[in-house]
Design a protein around this ligand. Structure first.
Ligand SMILES: [Zn+2]
Length: 358
């Protein structure tokens, strides 16, 4: 994310600016210099950029306030030269909540545009759109308002393009999620975003528009990231029951080591659990031990002589992410999965890795 600076806290939400925001000042200075603007127009242009960012901040607060309605906290709002980002603690899984939160931002721009539009049309009786893109017009307050009106319409339209990471991408996913499972809905939304990104790049190449080309590239990358993220969240929140193997070899302390090797060489299992005569789990034989024994051609007589005494018994309802963390932290290759007192399967490290990567 990079360094950010805390500006103030509004309604309990910290407002921060990204360090690259400083580039905006350079951009303003560059435009003023390039167009050789009059003092009034320079002030007008600087104010316009400021007002535009205020509109972006209000847009983000729209998201944040809608999220608050659903008891979802907003960690902070970060402003950068390319826009704002309200970082929510959680993205709601319910489509209707995601839809409301996604639409709340652009709705703020519609409200601002409507208020200014009504003032321009009904009170001042003038056009809504500036009569040209001549920045000198910004020296006049009425034209300044027309620019602010136009900017809010543009923010509204741009954000509702149905492609991640724009709000429209989330709207699209939320709508698709009403009929499809969430990961699949995100996948469809990702492909739609990619089609749009191809169109952007094609138009950019034809019109030599670098900005549009970069937006196309950005959309392509971010939509893929969104899909990968949703997939990963879904996997990590799965339960052990979705990955456990109910067919497995249960070794006894009285078995010979040769029988372990034989079970291993069948190829279906890599790690094994060891039980004593009273059916208590007493250890495990991880693949590394077996490989070592085969390599050195040195088998101990009893299984007990070459086994790990680290054991873990988990419930089928355990969350996979937590179990996977525990296994890697404790160095456990295989867990016994028990429902109450009954052994119903094993959870193997490789099976977990395979499932997460799928
Ligand atoms: Zn937004």
């Amino acid at each position: 994310m990079g360094k950010t600076f805390h500006i103030c806290t509004i309604a309990g939400i910290p407002l921060k600016v990204h360090w690259t925001f400083g580039l905006t000042l350079l951009f303003v200075a560059y435009v003023v210099h390039l167009h050789n603007l009059t003092t009034a127009a320079s002030i007008g242009f600087s104010l316009l950029v400021l007002v535009m960012f205020i509109c972006v901040i209000l847009h983000e607060f729209g998201h944040a306030m809608a999220a608050r309605r659903y008891n979802i906290k907003t960690l902070d709002i970060i402003i950068s030269p390319i826009g704002g980002l309200a970082r929510l603690q959680d993205i709601p899984q319910e489509p209707i909540k995601e839809l409301v939160i996604a639409l709340a931002g652009p709705a703020v721009n519609v409200i601002i545009a409507t208020i200014i539009g009504c003032y321009l049309h009904f009170v001042l009786g003038t056009e809504l759109i500036p009569s040209g893109d001549n920045l000198e017009l910004l020296g006049y307050s009425i034209d300044f308002l027309k620019f602010v009106f136009t900017i809010n319409i543009m923010l509204f339209v741009f954000n509702l393009i149905p492609a991640f990471p724009m709000d429209g991408g989330r709207v699209m996913r939320a709508l698709l999620s009403m009929k499809l499972e969430r990961v699949l809905a995100t996948r469809v939304a990702m492909w739609l975003a990619r089609l749009i990104s191809f169109a952007f790049v094609a138009i950019a190449l034809n019109t030599h528009n670098i900005t549009l080309g970069l937006i196309g590239l950005f959309v392509y990358i971010m939509s893929g990231k969104e899909y990968a993220y949703v997939k990963m969240i879904k996997r990590a929140s799965s339960t052990v029951s979705e990955v456990l193997q109910s067919q497995f070899t249960k070794l006894k302390t009285t078995d010979s080591y040769q029988s372990v090797i034989e079970a291993y060489q069948k190829g279906n299992e890599k790690n094994f659990l060891v039980y004593d005569e009273s059916e208590n789990l007493v250890g495990s034989i991880p693949e590394v031990f077996i490989k070592d024994a085969v390599k050195t051609n040195h088998y101990p007589e009893s299984i007990i002589d070459l086994m790990s005494t680290k054991v873990a018994i988990i419930a089928p309802t355990s969350i996979l992410r937590k179990v996977a963390n525990m296994m890697s932290h404790e160095g456990i290759a295989i867990c016994a999965v028990q429902e109450g007192d009954e052994l119903i399967g094993v959870l193997d490290r490789y099976a977990v890795e395979r499932f997460m990567k799928k």
